[in-house]
Design a protein around this ligand. Sequence first.
Ligand code: 26M
Length: 821
Amino acid sequence: KVEDRAASDADAAAAIKEAILNKLIYSVGKSLEAASSHDWFVATAFVARDRIVERWLASIDEVNRTGRKQVYYLSVEFLIGRLLFDALTNMEMVEPTRAALFALGVDLDELREVEPDAALGNGGLGRLAACFMESLATLSIAAFGYGIRYDHGLFRQRIKDGRQLEYPEEWLAFGNPWEFQRPEVDYEIGFGGRIEAEHQPDGTVKHVWLPGETVEAVAYDTPIAGWRGAHINTLRLWSARAPDPLRLDKFNSGDHVGALMDQVRAESISKVLYPGDTTPAGQELRLRQEFFFASASLQDLVLRHLRQHGGILSLADKVAIQLNDTHPAIAVAELMRILVDLHDVPWRDAWAITQATFGYTNHTLLPEALETWPVPLMERLLPRHMQIIYLINAIHLDQASKLADSTGERLAAISLIDEAHGRRVRMGHLAFLGSHKVNGVSRLHSDLLKVTVFRELDAVLPGRITNKTNGVTFRRWLKEANPGLTSLLTEVVGDRLLDDARLLEKVAAVAGDAAFQERYAAERRANKVALAKLVRHRLGIKIDPDALFDVQIKRIHEYKRQILNILETIAVYDMIRAQPMRDWIPRVKIFSGKAAASYATAKLIIQLANDVAKIVNADPTVRGILKVVFLPNYNVSLAERIIPAADLSEQISTAGMEASGTGNMKLALNGALTIGTLDGANVEIREKVGADNIFIFGLTAEEVEAHRHRGIDGSDAINRSAKLAEVLEAIASGVFSPDEPDRYRGLVDILIHHDYFMVTADFESYYEAQRAVFRRWRDKRSWWRAAALNTAHMGWFSSDRTIAEYAKDIWDVPVKPPGRG
Ligand code: 26M
């Protein structure tokens, strides 16, 4: 048996080696001698892609033959990262490919680093979409992801003199081996123009939209392989083109720039990802992006449905469309236009089909992040959609006004038009009305939806709001990121670990076992050594792999409270300076994350972290007991390096403000203990891992609300905490910015007088929780037991579980779990 296995592995490696050489020569056009790392990467990617394509075509064929229901996931962001190891892992090709390349004198792990990240997303929302695509394929659900093929993904971050600088991102500079351009799949997307009303003989009116401008959407397809390659789905991203790219008349008359104007205007739509993750951009171009991809996607799926099933009236039986936040919410009006204007479906039937087809996922409660568009802008850019929205609203308000307890105030709150801020269309309300199910992304968040943004809509349309707690794909975030730990876990739970993540529960039985703990800790240490090497290489900072790695990695935001973490860092720094010879426990504070370019306070927080790092790391009295590291340019690939090496996971948002979090899940899965508030999915993580194996502190969501009612002045909390007062005084007086002592005055003033995010209110309890972390860390047996129990109990947070719930409760499609054979 063992010999058979070895022989077939050798055969597999030999076949892959031949295939790679073939690709290198005939598809890349390079000789063995001339090939660069990138050439080898492309050749290897092509070999993996070939295997995927075979199954892809089979999957498409199967779906067509059976005519089963299709899921469409509409997302303006897909934060994919690299794809090579996703492809190799899920096609079960990693080891033979490694051997094949080795025989050619090439190191697979070196090739891995050559691939640029596809960073077509800002943070959690975009990464969730990428995890979902993988789980959809893993569960053999027939699904498409629809999004935008941005020429430039999220900006590249550099830190200069402690400050963030943004540079354009160039993921397509060397081509993209994973995608297939489909020039024949293109749709016209209209903007502006006017409506013609044609009176029909039967007394009805037919509306014809005559756009003043059109842009073309061209499809680019990337196959997404599920675990063990059983099913392959398509990620279809749209790129914008001008219908008439060159105005020859202008060119010939010498106006060379004017000749290209239309092209530039059209192509600007898919040029760049908007970099704000919670502050709506509010510009016309953003609305154009949203309509562009929503319309192209709907045209595409309606055409597919008509080809497969003949008539439009069966749409809701065969199609489920999930709106990833409100960014594609205009699709509700666009589907109504397609049904009513283009297919003559009566309004009432069209509305029933629309509602039965759409589901809407909300990802944030932050008021400033809820999308609204000015009515005049909508009227100018999408005049027919604006009419449709008015009609949806009129019927909706009419129905609601007949309810017994209807008041003017209630009607104003549920209206699609916000009249209080200069007439704006509420996209969240449109998505809510147009969907049969609306979900939040953690239990707490879904509960809060019902008492905050959608309070009145929930009263009028009860039962529509449900919960779908987020999850992450364990193929990427366990196996690919942490292969050593995964092997150890597989020994314990068996090799069906990635088929059924709940098998991880078996790890609980050995979590207290000394021999197991030793091996678990050894895997973790190897990851820490690797991260230490990366930090040394990139920043020239030496960190001790035996120190506690305390990690906060996420977008920089006031509500995520990186500043609370920095305040505690400074408090510890002060203590070490006061008593340098005590037996301090070495600790490394690791920060990584980007700030929206326009978010001045977030950028100042980055600078503060870097300034504190500079002072602390250079202080001889600290002697390396405390190190502070800010790793620039946080992205998916860097996350894959940091997460397996983290001991402590900082999830310290103001309670009630982080919808879910997903980094929290990846970190706990890989054995970091969480220090966190009762916010987002932390609440459910505590339930699963047990209150003894997580460090919870701070105000609850309810208490935050009550506290805010009493006022948001921080002075009282500061007066009660000498430590906090001392830290704030140090920052404000320029201890960390000697070159510009007033640099952080404004930041400190916010905390003293306008502490909306409750940093001062939570400081003491956070500080105490950190001390509890240290006490636990001193008892290594207890620490590793808790870490192993975190891994053991995180199985529920697999995105396979999340997607299975969507399939059952929202989409009504069957799932087929993966498995051998
Ligand atoms: C809007 C307009 C213009 C430009 C950008 C945006 C925009 C982009 C992303 C607004 C919000 C965006 O994302 C919100 C988000 O990422 N929410 C996060 O979703 C995760 C997945 O559900 C949760 O885990 C996080 O808690 C939540 O913050």
